[in-house]
Design a protein around this ligand. Structure first.
Ligand code: 13P
Length: 248
């Protein structure tokens, strides 16, 4: 891999204040010249965002929110967080369209509204797409990705701040990863769908059971610009290992 490589840590609904103390080694690593092309972004739960931002203040490591509301600024939406609130905290990114939220009922249309709102507030969007096991078995992966991309990005002219994260749903938290050929083919499909929408070459990340063992193989997959890591990112040791094995 050349150029910038994304290493994204999605902590989901895990982590506590004490977990922040485990990040010192990662911070040291991020300052080394060898890793200047590593774009490292943490997505802690909302409750820890401020602490992560303070921790990473003098580093190049960014912080983002794991979701946001469709309304940009303020509103009577109990339990929700707006793009403006994330931005005001110092977040640079937001994850949208994660399958764990799609499963809870988030539609392509909801995701499209959220992406627009987030972009309006100058947040960069990690836009998650991916097929379920049922869809894979029915061999409709291409049409699923096509629908998710076209509906999710509908009407959005400037895709400059969009990062695509391809996360097959059947791969998340299962230890299963697609075969090399299957993954490469799906990345090609994604690029083809995107090429009809934009001349930009959006970064495409892979997510789903990435760990410090399978990374040695995954890093060789053609067309991937980085990784969206769930459970393995909660261990600084494993996350550092993932970065080191990718950039060696
Ligand atoms: P795991 O790495 O735990 O499979 O999670 C992937 C994911 O959902 C990242 O967003």
């Amino acid at each position: 891999m050349t150029n910038n490589i994304y290493f994204i840590a999605n902590w989901k609904m895990y982590g506590s204040l004490s977990s922040i103390n485990t990040l010192n080694k990662l911070i040291n690593l991020s300052k080394l010249k060898k890793y200047k092309n590593a774009i490292i972004i943490y997505f802690p739960p909302f409750t820890l965002i401020q602490n992560f931002i303070n921790k990473f203040k003098t580093t190049k490591i960014s912080v983002g929110g794991q979701n946001c509301h469709v309304v940009e600024d303020y509103g009577s939406f109990t339990g929700s967080v707006s793009p403006k609130m994330l931005k005001d905290l110092g977040c640079k990114y937001v994850i949208l369209g994660h399958s764990e939220n799609r499963i809870e009922g988030e539609s392509d249309e909801d995701i499209n509204k959220k992406i627009r709102s987030a972009l309006n507030k100058n947040l960069k969007v990690v836009f998650c797409i991916g097929e379920t096991l049922k869809e894979k078995r029915k061999k409709i992966t291409f049409s699923v990705l096509n629908r998710q991309i076209n509906k999710g990005l509908k009407g959005i002219k400037n895709l400059n701040n969009i990062i695509i994260a391809y996360e097959p749903v059947w791969s998340i938290g299962t230890g299963l990863i697609p075969k090399d050929k299957e993954l490469e083919l799906n990345v090609i499909k994604i690029k083809k769908i995107l090429s009809k929408k934009t001349k930009l070459r959006l970064p495409i990340l892979y997510g789903g059971s990435v760990n410090n063992k399978n990374i040695s193989n995954l890093k060789n997959i053609t067309g991937i610009n980085g990784f969206l890591v769930g459970s393995a990112s909660q261990s600084s040791k494993k996350f550092i290992d993932i970065i080191k094995k990718t950039i060696n």
